[in-house]
Design a protein around this ligand. Structure first.
Ligand SMILES: *Cc1c(COP(=O)(O)O)cnc(C)c1O
Length: 371
């Protein structure tokens, strides 16, 4: 099946009890045992498993071409489970541009628990080769990156990491459907389903998808139900509903973002546009190889620095000033001020999550805000 068809049907069956086409939401926390004390219908207690969570896990796993998945209450909760499945003394290689919450988890929680971590620019393959050690167990890749949309060559990094005997995780939050990490060497895929899967800025979630069964994935699954950071049945239902339209939304997000990028690039008040769909982007060639379209995220730098950037964000009428991404509504964000002191973001940089409005309206809005 092609991905649009999978997105509509994976994890979806007509309810055998009622014929309902839309899945019911199973709020029950507990399930009946039979007289012998067993659970013939497979469910016992919702922290262990729940029909809505099972459908979500099967659906996203099928979409990514995996062997199984474990869903969590947030993307960060899913990331936690991956690091918790390692052991003290294990070494992690992480992309220097990984989501700031992911590097904070490593630095502030897992270093104290005895993990070792190095943050390197995975765009530089020599740096990856130099950084692997005998104790390296896992590499954390992320592409396109935040907020400069830098591109990592997934198959080249995976080859180095596999030669060193470690597994590769790809945070695919920014490019679901468009980028197929299992075909490019990843062993695990992480999604913050809060973003494009949910797609409407109304649900928090995360998931780890495994390419194949392994002891490592078994540990993640036991951390899921022993640790208990599981999503609610309603959250699972919302995220799976979001998945039904995901391939078409990603196409429209990408098409709109390409138009906005082309507009910004020729604007006299804009110094730089970071979008992998532009030929001028340093990662364009690799992105064109490993992505089918270039996604809905972009950032740009205005010529006159912080005040000019803040004023653009203050003047937009359609773009909403807010963090996060992946919803139907377009968002604008001044990264340096949300990241605070120590930020490496340029003061003139604005990040856009391009939504599903008409691109002409988005362009007109940016044009008047830049004036
Ligand atoms: C948002 C995000 C996360 C964290 O997900 P939450 O659902 O907010 O916990 C992880 N990685 C990337 C790339 C993200 O954008």
């Amino acid at each position: 099946m092609k991905i649009e068809t999978l997105a509509v049907h994976a994890g979806h069956a007509v309810d055998p009890a009622t014929g309902a086409v839309a899945a019911p939401i199973y709020l029950s926390t507990t399930f009946e045992r039979d007289v012998e004390g067993t659970y013939p219908r497979g469910f016992m207690y919702t922290r262990n498993d729940n029909p809505n969570r099972q459908a979500l896990e099967q659906g996203i796993s099928a979409l990514e071409g995996g062997a199984g998945a474990a869903a969590f209450a947030s993307g960060t909760g899913a990331t936690m489970s991956i690091f918790q499945a390692l052991a003290p003394g294990d070494h992690v290689l992480a992309h220097v541009d990984a989501y700031y919450g992911t590097s904070r988890l490593l630095r502030e929680i897992f270093l104290r628990w005895g993990l070792q971590a190095d943050f390197i620019d995975m765009g530089n393959l020599d740096a990856v080769k130099k950084a692997v050690r005998p104790k390296t167990k896992l590499a954390w890749m992320e592409t396109p990156s935040n907020p400069l949309l830098k591109i990592v060559d997934l198959s080249a990094v995976a080859e180095i990491v596999h030669d060193a005997g470690a597994v590769c995780v790809c945070d695919n939050t920014w490019a679901p459907v468009l980028q197929r990490p299992f075909d490019l060497g990843a062993n695990f895929i992480l999604h913050s389903t809060t973003k494009y899967f949910g797609g409407h800025c109304d649900v928090l979630g995360g998931i780890v998808v495994a390419k194949e069964g392994s002891d490592f994935f078994q540990r993640i699954c036991s951390i899921q139900y022993e640790g208990g950071a599981v999503p609610s049945p309603f959250d699972c239902w919302l995220i799976l509903r979001g998945m039904r339209t995901l391939p078409w939304r990603m196409r429209a997000h990408s098409e709109n973002a390409m138009k906005v990028a082309n507009f910004l690039v020729q604007h006299r008040k804009v110094a730089r546009v970071h979008y992998p769909g532009l030929q001028s982007h340093p990662g364009h060639e690799i992105a064109a190889r490993q992505m089918s379209l270039f996604g809905g995220m972009l950032s740009f730098e205005v010529k006159d620095g912080r005040d000019a950037a803040m004023s653009v964000a203050a003047k937009t009428k359609i773009f909403i000033r807010a963090t996060s991404l992946g919803g139907v509504e377009s968002l604008i964000e001044h990264r340096a001020s949300i990241e605070g002191p120590g930020t490496t973001s340029a003061e003139g940089l604005l990040r856009l999550s391009i939504g599903l409005e008409n691109a002409d309206d988005l362009i007109e809005d940016l044009d008047q805000a830049l004036r």
